[in-house]
Every structure is written in C-alpha cells, then in structure tokens.
Design a protein around this ligand. Structure first.
Ligand SMILES: [Fe+2]
Length: 283
C-alpha cells in the first residue's frame, strides 16, 4: 500500500515535469502494438534468425531490466555489460525493457552495448520506451521488439522468445505469431526462455492498468507457456524481484537496474540440464 501511494505521488510529479506521458499511462493502445509488431516482423524477415553457437552444453547469460535513464549515462548497466563481456562462460545478455524514464538518450544504451567486446545483447521495449513517440527511435537503434533466437550447443538447441508488451498486451497479431513460433520452432529444443517486459504475477498493484496484462490475457498466456513447456519467463516492470512457479513454468520478475536505487541488481543464468540462476546486487 505504501509503495502504491509513493508510486501515485511520483507518477503525478513525473507527469507534471514531462517525464511520463499520461495518454499511455491511462489507456491501452492495442492498435499500437499491432503496428509495432508488424514493423518488428518486417525487420525480422530482412535480418533473418540469429543463432549463437557456444562450445559447451553448459553456458551462461546475463539479464537486466528497467535501466530508466534520466540525465546521466547508466553506470549500473554499463558495469553489467562490461562484466558480461569479460565473462568467458557467458554468451549474451538480455535487456527486458524500460531503457528510458523521460524522453531522451535511448542511444546511450546502444552505445554501451556497442562498446568493446563481442557478446550480443537482446533488447525489448517497455512501456516507457514508447512514450513521446519513442518507438521510432527504437526502430532506428534496435529494429525489432518481437523476435526469437537460438543458442546452439554441441548437443542441444535452446530457444529464446522476446516479446513486445509495452502497451500491457501482446495484441492479436503478436499472439498469433507466438503460437506459430511455439508450434514450429519450440519442438526439438532443450530449453525455452521467454523475455517480456510486463510481469505476469504482481505482489501488489504498483503499476497502472494500462501497462499490465488483463487477467484474461494472463490466463491465456500462462496456459500457452505451460502447454509449450516454457522453462522460465523473465520480466521487469515492477522494479522488485519475485519468483513464482505456476503450472510448471518459473516466472521471474527482476529488480530494476536503475542507478541510485537501493535494490538495483541483475541476474546471471547458468544453462545446462537445468536452468540455474542468481541475483547479483549492483552495490
Ligand atoms: Fe520500469
């Protein structure tokens, strides 16, 4: 309850100082997600599917979310990327949305990701990334927010599915695409990891309805994830960690990695026969 009150007060302050766009906070725009998904899938058709090849069946990846850039370059995020690139066991990292808090400097994320080191980062949009028309900059920098990629090990193939939930819904177009990916790409893969900004399970109502899944969509998605043997669903949005297991699927909400926050952390996943994970504090 206290978090909710603080959130509402902070949101009011941010709206008044131009950090948040009230339209997107109060109303879901399902037509926007369908437009974005069409643009993402159009890019995918041109770029093709990424497959990372790793030398052992056991490998590692890092994940973070909610960088929420304001006026300075993100130090926690840069430190995580630097550590990931120096980690020989790690193959890539995920960034689960909300790069921005205000209107500017999405390019700082791209610049950090492009700095020294080869491991790729896979990014999806959060609700803050489409405020103030941010999607057009997203397309310029990251090209897609609906895609999948594979990690090929000597004896297994893992699939990672990244979803656009920036309006608090996948929309019908993306849902149909997801069902197609599960039907045609999931079979034969060892692990399936889903990355989506919006968290499925909430410990309180700290976010506004326009950026959350409806109960009906939550039921539909969780049933789909269970039916297709998804191992883990990773999300952000709530800014506080939570681990829930529901119908055979582990749902992890990550802490934010935003600079200056007391709970800033990221995660490291060790992939092998099982999916092991740890939270790593940025302090
Ligand atoms: Fe956020």
């Amino acid at each position: 309850m206290v978090r909710k009150v603080w959130f509402i007060l902070a949101a009011a302050l941010c709206i008044s100082c131009g950090k948040l766009e009230i339209k997107n906070m109060l109303f879901p725009y399902a037509e926007d997600v369908n437009t974005r998904v069409a643009e993402s899938l159009g890019w995918n058709d041109k770029a093709g599917v990424t497959t990372l090849t790793v030398p052992e069946d056991d490998y590692r990846f890092y994940a973070c979310t909610d960088i929420h850039i304001e006026d300075s370059r993100p130090e926690n995020f840069a430190a995580m990327v630097q550590k990931e690139k120096a980690d020989e066991k790690s193959a890539f990292y995920l960034v689960l949305g909300d790069l921005l808090f205000g209107k500017e400097h999405m390019e700082w994320v791209d610049e950090t990701m492009s700095a020294v080191g080869n491991d790729p980062g896979f990014v999806i949009a959060g609700n803050h990334d489409i405020f103030y028309g941010g999607w057009s900059q997203w397309l310029d920098l990251f090209h897609s927010s609906t895609y999948y990629f594979f990690v090929q090990t000597p004896s297994a193939n893992d699939i990672y599915i990244m979803l656009d939930s920036a309006n608090g819904t996948l929309g019908e177009k993306q849902l149909a695409w997801l069902e197609g990916v599960f039907a045609t790409r999931r079979p034969g893969c060892r692990h399936c990891i889903v990355g989506v900004h919006t968290n499925m399970f909430r410990t309180d109502a700290s976010q506004l309805p326009s950026t959350n899944f409806t109960l009906e969509e939550t039921y539909r998605l969780t049933a789909l994830f269970s039916k297709n043997n998804v191992d883990t669903v990773l999300s952000g949005h709530d800014h506080f960690r939570d681990v829930s297991v529901y119908n055979g699927v582990t749902y992890i909400t990550l802490d934010q990695i935003k600079d200056g926050t007391s709970n800033a952390s990221y995660m490291i996943f060790d992939m092998g026969q099982c999916v092991d994970y740890q939270f790593v504090s940025c302090k």
